[in-house]
Write a protein that binds this ligand. Structure first.
Ligand SMILES: *Cc1c(COP(=O)(O)O)cnc(C)c1O
Length: 338
């Protein structure tokens, strides 16, 4: 059974984005953040394609996310570490330990792990002082990580974090060090260390000037459930926020805020069909959205339209972040890779 809503996913664009980020990472390996179901695109589909292209390091947030990839035989790290409730003997991934308690819990296993050190985010991570006091001694650390606060901005904090992280070189038994997310890769070769961890840029997001090389990967497409003529003076949708200035041809799409197409698109969002741009009218509702199709007399019930969803532009239009635009996409889409 096919859904009346699909996410068209471009394999070539995903792989091309990863290759571009790998090139920008220089001698460092380039991994992939695939948490939150691959930023909404489907973590399995993303992971399989990137692994095929040569990506060897994958990052998820939770053990459940790692479990969903267990049969793929990938190297997966769990960014949220190891809670008391998490399995000590899981083989599907290794934890990114981020507190002294987690380190104590893991040490007796003798198994490999990653460690997050805090260099200014003040969210997750052990401190440089704890490391200096020997907290990590005896741990089999694959990768020492830290995370940038404002890599998408040119602020002094970037260099401060770089220096704080760089100062830990040789201070732990970690085989590799990793600092940069997508925007961190753009900060320059110094930030790459041994491994980069892009997420959003793999999926078409970019927050710095000059993003020509990063290609759009995900496009929501919705089916037309009904086409109608709305007479001048009649309104469309909840609270009658749009009134037809003249007789208008309207298509009702199977797409709404429950699909992550939020109400901030009301009166602003755009769809495309046959190369023609079609403006959204009225309010986005939970499961339905209306567009003006006067320009396309041939468009009918059952036809598909694509929503405009280039991430930098759509974020500017909607006020949502590029991350929210993807992670909100929800379970009702058929995710179709081409
Ligand atoms: C999400 C995440 C990334 C990827 O960040 P992007 O900004 O999407 O590139 C990298 N590292 C950590 C620790 C993360 O949580």
């Amino acid at each position: 059974m096919t859904a009346p809503l699909r996410l068209r996913l471009d394999s070539a664009a995903l792989v091309s984005n990863w290759r571009h980020l790998a090139k920008l990472s220089g001698n460092a390996a380039c991994g992939a953040a695939i948490k939150a179901n691959g930023y909404g695109l489907g973590s399995r589909g993303v992971a399989q394609r990137l692994a095929g292209a040569g990506c060897r390091d994958f990052f998820v947030a939770t053990w459940a996310e790692a479990e969903a990839l267990a049969d793929l035989g990938l190297t997966v790290s769990v960014l949220h570490g190891l809670r008391a409730d998490d399995p000590l003997d899981a083989t599907c991934a290794r934890p990114v330990l981020s507190t002294a308690e987690q380190v104590m819990r893991w040490k007796p296993t003798g198994r490999p792990c990653d460690v997050m050190v805090d260099t200014g985010m003040n969210r997750l991570g052990v401190s440089a002082e704890e490391i200096g006091a020997g907290l990590l001694d005896g741990l089999a650390i694959e990768t020492l990580l830290s995370h940038l606060v404002s890599a998408d901005e040119d602020v002094p904090l970037n260099a401060r974090q770089l220096a704080a992280f760089g100062a830990l070189k040789g201070k732990t038994q970690a085989k590799r060090m990793s600092l940069a997310n997508s925007a961190g890769i753009a900060l320059g070769a110094d930030y790459a260390f041994d491994l980069t961890r892009p997420g959003i840029a793999l999926y078409g997001g970019w927050q710095r000037p000059g993003h020509d090389a990063i290609r759009q990967v995900a496009t929501p497409e919705a089916q037309i459930l009904q086409r109608r003529t709305v007479r001048a003076g009649e309104s469309v949708g909840y609270n009658a926020t749009w009134t037809a200035p003249a007789d208008t041809e309207v298509a009702i799409l199977n797409l709404g805020y429950a699909d992550g197409y939020l109400r901030c698109f009301s009166g602003k969002g755009l769809a495309r069909a046959e190369g023609v741009t079609l403006p959204l009218i009225g309010r986005v509702s939970m499961d339905l959205t209306a567009i003006d199709v006067t320009a396309l007399p041939g468009l009918r019930e059952g036809d598909w339209v694509a929503m405009s969803y280039a991430l930098p532009e759509t974020a500017a239009l909607s006020g949502l972040s590029q991350y929210e635009l993807l992670t909100g996409l929800g379970p009702r889409y058929d995710r179709i890779w081409r």
